[in-house]
Write a protein that binds this ligand. Sequence first.
Ligand SMILES: [Cu+2]
Length: 93
Amino acid sequence: MKSFAFSVLLLSAVPVFAATQQVTLSVPDMNCAACPITIKKVLSKMDGVSQIELSAKTHQAVVTYDDTKTTVQAITSATADVGFPSTVIAPAR
Ligand SMILES: [Cu+2]
């Protein structure tokens, strides 16, 4: 009975972990040191975005977000709004 209760607890804990997603975006127009600052500024203001890693060198952005609060579509349209259209390279995991 004890082990049964434990497995139920594990199952109910799964959605908590699933809420945090990470997506890798290609941002082709991010090509100097100032660009990531602009993008980071807008993404950090978004509700649900917890971590942003940007590289002007690789033109990539790795964004960690809570999928109960925001979506990949919201993130890519936010970067496009400030002049940096982005596309998904690696899907959310
Ligand atoms: Cu720039």
